[in-house]
Write a protein that binds this ligand. Structure first.
Ligand code: GN1
Ligand code: MG
Length: 367
């Protein structure tokens, strides 16, 4: 596909004014494809937008997904009038998407900002914690029944294990033999990893509206002072547990190496980063969380790390249909890195629990 031509056409369908100048691909996420498109406006000034091609293998109901995002962004905009926010462009017939063949396009404003793939500064990570905590609080009065479950069972860890089991049984590309150690480890922690899912089913943890993909690079920061401006990537906003957001954020931000590091043996939880994020997150949420939610925050980090390991491994076994990969063993490296992190979290569980308790105290004393 001639991308220049295609992106110019898509922009036109979203009624963008001005002359298309060019585009570049943005490295963002492992599922969708993102492009910054540049325009010269009728008055001569430059203006950028973002266009995304939504992965419809991952998101089987992209129209429902856009419906969720529309409602959630409007709700948040109502809470922060006048502030920078994510805004989706509409077509002439008021749709937030363009379907052409297998492609599902959407277009948003481009927000000049910085993002971080790894932690360079404890204040940044604390601000990210506040941003995700605030996001949840802004949606605490949002009617859950308004949301479609765009990926059913997204953080249902038991279901993720069943999907891994099915992949192992199918073994369509003959990769199971080489990943026996990884399978053995994941099966050994199955019950502890499924504890959150079980508690939800037993009614011991409340459902909230959650983001469900709280990687620190899903927060846009102000380049001037590193304050958090906007939480992006709302594709997986769905009913979920507070631990899904907390645990996934820690899994990504507090890892000593990147999510797919080749040196996966160096993976582990950085307790200083853990503390900074937890402090920011609980500053926003401590007053509203139940005791059971607080008690399972540290556990949720292990849960989300193990859960993602099962997803990366199942994808590797199936021949990588889901996650974008850069090389043949990418999903295997990701799996090994997450497993190394999970093992280190098991070793530090008590310290993580202790830090959560201290941050709860601190939040309650300052409010
Ligand atoms: C995917 O595409 P991205 O990076 O936003 C995935 C998350 C995983 C993450 C791992 C819809 O998110 O669940 O945690 O990769 N999103 C979906 O990097 O599956
Ligand atoms: Mg995402």
């Amino acid at each position: 596909m001639d991308m220049n031509k295609k992106l110019a056409q898509v922009s036109d369908l979203f009624c963008i004014k001005g002359t298309f100048v060019g585009y570049h691909t943005i490295q963002m996420g492992n599922v969708n494809k993102t492009y910054e498109v540049k325009f010269r406006q009728p008055d001569g000034s430059p203006k950028s937008y973002l266009i995304q091609n939504v992965n419809t293998y991952a998101f089987r109901n992209p129209i429902q997904l856009m419906d969720n995002i529309d409602k959630v962004t409007e709700h948040i905009r109502g809470k922060k009038p006048g502030q920078i926010a994510l805004h989706f462009h509409h077509t002439a017939d008021r749709k937030t998407y363009v379907i052409d063949g297998d492609n599902f396009w959407r277009m948003t404003n481009y927000i000049p900002s910085v993002t971080y793939n790894s932690v360079i500064d404890q204040q940044v990570v604390c601000n990210a914690g506040k941003a995700f905590g605030e996001f949840q609080m802004q949606l605490s009065d949002f009617d859950i029944t308004q949301l479609y479950e765009t990926i059913p069972g997204f953080h249902n860890t038991r279901q993720r294990y069943e999907q891994l089991q099915e992949a192992i049984e199918a073994d369509p590309v003959g990769r199971v033999a080489e990943v026996q150690d990884e399978i053995d480890y994941l099966m050994s922690v199955r019950e502890v990893a499924c504890q959150l899912t079980d508690m939800l089913e037993q009614g011991k943890l409340p459902l909230r509206v959650t983001h469900n993909d709280t990687k620190i690079n899903n927060v846009l920061f102000n380049p001037d002072d590193n304050s958090a401006m906007v939480v992006i990537d709302l594709d997986t906003v769905m009913p979920g547990l507070v631990g899904h957001d907390f645990g996934d954020a820690i899994r990504f931000a507090a890892n000593k190496v990147s999510e797919d590091a080749l040196e996966y043996d160096k993976a582990g939880v950085d307790l200083e980063v853990f503390r900074s994020f937890t402090e920011g997150f609980l500053d926003m949420t401590a007053d509203t969380l139940t005791q059971a939610e607080i008690d399972t925050l540290a556990l949720s980090c292990l849960t989300l790390t193990v859960e993602l390991s099962t997803r990366f491994l199942a994808d590797y076994i199936l021949g990588d249909p889901y996650f974008n990969i850069k090389y043949a063993e990418h999903n295997l490296v990701r799996t090994r890195c997450q497993i190394a992190l999970a093992k280190d979290m098991q070793l530090h569980m008590e310290q993580m629990e202790q830090i959560v308790a201290e941050c709860v105290e601190k939040a309650k004393n300052t409010h």
